[in-house]
Design a protein around this ligand. Structure first.
Ligand SMILES: [Cu+2]
Length: 183
C-alpha cells in the first residue's frame, strides 16, 4: 500500500464533516445562482433556501396585489408630491420579460412638463434582491417627455422600476412602478 493512502484510511470523515461539506456546496450554489441574476426562470426560489414568502410563486402574477395594472398615462407621485411621473407608453404594453422601452413624462405639481432633468430608471426584483444586468438609457425629448430604452427584465416575477428625477439645485426625487412579469 502506498504511504499516501494511509491517512485517508485512518481519518475517515465523520458524519458531521460530510454534512458540513454538503451544506457548504449548497450554500455556494445559492450564491452562484444569485450572482447570475436568477437566470433560471420561475420556480427556482425554493432551492435557494430563501425564507421570504412569494419566491416560489414568482410567476403567479394574478395573485400578486403589489403590482401596478398597466394603463397608458399611469401616474406616480414622488414622496414630496412635487412631481408626477407618468408612464405614457410602453413597448410592449404591458411590459414583458426581456427587452422593453418606455416613454415617461415628468410634470410638476401644477401639471407643467419638467424639462432639463436628469432622469434614470433602475429595475429591481424586490423578492430576489437583484437588479438587471442592463442599465436603461434615457433620452430627453422635450415637453417633459423622456424616452427610456434598454429596460431589460430577464426573469419572471415582480419588477420595481424606480424612476429618479434630478433637477439642478433640487434634491433628487423618485417614484416607482411595479410590474409583474409572467413566465
Ligand atoms: Cu430574480
Amino acid at each position: 500500500m502506498p504511504p499516501s493512502a494511509r491517512p485517508a484510511l485512518r481519518y475517515a470523515p465523520s458524519a458531521n464533516a460530510v454534512i458540513a461539506v454538503i451544506a457548504a456546496i449548497a450554500a455556494f450554489g445559492a450564491v452562484a445562482s444569485a450572482a447570475l441574476g436568477c437566470s433560471s426562470s420561475g420556480g427556482d426560489g425554493g432551492t435557494g433556501g430563501t425564507s421570504g414568502a412569494g419566491t416560489t410563486t414568482s410567476t403567479a402574477c394574478s395573485a400578486d396585489n403589489r403590482k401596478d395594472i398597466y394603463t397608458a398615462g399611469l401616474a406616480k407621485q414622488t414622496a414630496t408630491r412635487a412631481l408626477s411621473i407618468k408612464l405614457m407608453d410602453a413597448m410592449p404594453a404591458p411590459p414583458q420579460k426581456q427587452s422593453n422601452a418606455l416613454i415617461l413624462q415628468v410634470v410638476d405639481a401644477a401639471g407643467m412638463p419638467v424639462d432639463g432633468a436628469t432622469v434614470s430608471v433602475t429595475p429591481f426584483m424586490p423578492d430576489h434582491g437583484h437588479g438587471s444586468s442592463v442599465k436603461p438609457t434615457v433620452t430627453a425629448k422635450g415637453g417633459g417627455l423622456y424616452d427610456v430604452a434598454n429596460v431589460y427584465l430577464p426573469m419572471p416575477g415582480l419588477w420595481r422600476l424606480t424612476v429618479t428625477v434630478q433637477m439642478p439645485n433640487v434634491a433628487a426625487q423618485d417614484a416607482a412602478f411595479q410590474f409583474c412579469i409572467d413566465g
